[in-house]
Design a protein around this ligand. Structure first.
Ligand SMILES: *Cc1c(COP(=O)(O)O)cnc(C)c1O
Length: 392
C-alpha cells in the first residue's frame, strides 16, 4: 500500500471512509493519482472546483493576490472582499453580504441572524426554525441540530434546541408546524446529501409566501445548489421567490475554503457591531478567487450546464440498471436498480477511471461546470459500463 495511505491511517483521525486512491494533481475535469492514472472527475471535490483543476483564470486570481496581500484583519478595509460583495449584490439583488469560511459557518450566521431579527422585533420566545426532514446544513452542533436526519443526532448531546423538522413537499404538515414560536424556515431547493431531491416549485413558493405573510425569515441554503450548479447563479432564481438570507460556500471560491451569506432588505440591518465575526472571513486570496468565479458564471456557462443536463438524462435514462435521474442542472442523482449498491458502482467507476459521489442510495454527480461535452460523454460511458459490470 502507498506510503501516503499508511501514514494517513496512522496520523489522521479516521473520520472519512476514504477510497484507496491518492489524488496528486489534475487538469480540467481530470484528476491524476500518485501512479499517474487519470480519472474523469464527476465530483469537483464535492462541488467545489467548478472550473476544474488548474484553470488559468482562477490560478491567476489566487496567485496575483497572494503576491499582493494574503490576509489582513477584518478591523481594516480590504479591496477584494468589497469588490466581491458588490458583485454578489449586483448579480442577486441582495443588499448586503457577510463572509465566512465554510457552509456550516454560513448557516450558523443565518441561524443567528434569523433569531436576532425576531428578537429585535418580537422579543423573547419566538426563536424556532423549521427545517426539512432529510436536510443537511453542516457539522457544527447548531447546524447538526438544524439537519433533519436522525443519523446525525447521536453522541454529541445536548444538541441545540429550537429546530422543528417538517417533511419536504408537504404544505399541510408545514402549516401545522408554524406557530407563534416560529421565526424562520430554512431549505435547500435540492436536498444534496439527503439524496439529490429537488423540492416541488409549489412548496418553495408556499414557503416564500408564508414567510412574507408571517414575517418569518426565509433562509435558502445554497451551499451546494448555488454558484451555477443547478443552471442558475443561485438555484432560488428559477422560482418567483425572494429569500431573506441566502447562504453559500462549496463552489463559491472555486476550491478554496470560503462562504458568503447574503441578506435581503428585510435582514440587512439585523447584525450590527460585535454581533458576528470571523478571523479569516473575507480573506483576500479567497475573495479574489470568488470574484473571478462569480464573474464567470454567465448565461453562456449556465446554458452549458443545462445542455450537459440534457446529455446526462438522455444517456443515463436509457442505461441498464438506472431507474431515474433526479436533481437540477449539474447536480445529478442517479437512482439505481435495487439489486445494486451505490458503493459498489463507485468502486467499479474508480477502477475504470471515473470519480463519482454518492448520496444515500444514489450515485451523485457534481462535475465541473465547464466540463467539455467530450469529457462528459466519456465519463458517462464509464459510469454506464461500471453499472453493467456490477449488475452481472
Ligand atoms: C456541504 C453542505 C454544508 C456544509 O458545508 P461545509 O463547508 O462542509 O461546512 C451545508 N449545507 C449544504 C446544503 C451542504 O451541501
Amino acid at each position: 500500500m502507498s506510503e501516503i495511505i499508511l501514514n494517513d491511517k496512522e496520523h489522521i483521525i479516521n473520520t472519512y471512509k476514504r477510497f484507496n486512491v491518492v489524488i496528486k494533481s489534475g487538469h480540467g475535469a481530470t484528476f491524476v493519482d500518485e501512479n499517474g492514472k487519470e480519472y474523469i472527475d464527476f465530483s469537483s471535490g464535492i462541488g467545489t472546483n467548478i472550473f476544474g483543476v488548474g484553470d488559468k483564470e482562477w490560478v491567476d486570481a489566487v496567485c496575483n493576490q497572494a503576491h499582493i496581500l494574503q490576509h489582513a484583519s477584518n478591523l481594516y478595509y480590504t479591496e477584494p472582499q468589497v469588490k466581491l460583495a458588490k458583485l454578489l449584490c449586483e448579480k442577486t439583488g441582495m443588499k448586503k453580504v457577510f463572509f465566512a469560511n465554510s457552509g456550516a459557518e454560513s448557516n450558523e450566521c443565518a441561524i443567528k441572524t434569523a433569531r436576532k431579527y425576531s428578537y429585535d422585533k418580537y422579543g423573547e420566545g419566538r426563536n424556532e426554525i423549521i427545517t426539512l426532514v432529510n436536510s443537511f446544513h453542516g457539522r457544527t452542533i447548531a447546524t447538526l441540530s438544524a439537519t433533519g436526519q436522525d443519523v446525525f443526532h447521536k453522541y454529541f448531546f445536548p444538541f441545540v434546541g429550537g429546530f422543528v423538522y417538517t417533511p419536504a413537499n408537504d404544505i399541510d404538515a408545514l402549516k401545522k408546524n408554524i406557530n407563534e414560536k416560529t421565526c424562520a424556515i430554512m431549505i435547500e431547493t435540492v436536498q444534496g446529501e439527503g439524496g439529490v431531491n429537488a423540492l416541488n416549485p409549489e412548496f418553495i413558493k408556499y414557503i416564500n409566501d408564508v414567510c412574507k405573510e408571517k414575517d418569518l425569515v426565509f433562509i435558502v441554503d445554497e451551499v451546494q445548489t448555488g454558484n451555477g450548479r443547478c443552471g442558475y447563479l443561485y438555484s432560488y432564481m428559477e422560482y418567483d421567490v425572494q429569500p431573506d438570507i441566502v447562504t453559500t460556500a462549496k463552489a463559491v471560491a472555486g476550491g478554496l475554503p470560503f462562504a458568503a451569506i447574503m441578506f435581503s432588505q428585510k435582514t440587512e440591518k439585523t447584525l450590527g457591531y460585535g454581533d458576528h465575526a470571523s478571523t479569516f472571513g473575507g480573506n483576500p486570496i479567497c475573495a479574489s478567487a470568488a470574484y473571478s468565479v462569480i464573474s464567470r458564471i454567465d448565461d453562456n456557462l449556465l446554458n452549458h450546464v443545462k445542455e450537459c443536463r440534457k446529455i446526462i438524462e438522455n444517456k443515463l435514462l436509457k442505461a441498464e440498471g438506472v431507474k431515474s435521474i433526479s436533481g437540477k442542472g449539474l447536480m445529478v442523482g442517479v437512482e439505481l436498480d435495487e439489486k445494486i449498491k451505490a458503493a459498489d458502482v463507485c468502486n467499479k467507476c474508480i477502477e475504470n477511471g471515473l470519480i463519482p459521489l454518492t448520496a444515500k442510495a444514489k450515485i451523485r454527480l457534481l462535475p465541473p461546470l465547464n466540463i467539455s461535452f467530450d469529457e462528459l460523454n466519456k465519463g458517462l460511458d464509464i459510469l454506464i459500463e461500471s453499472i453493467k459490470e456490477v449488475l452481472k
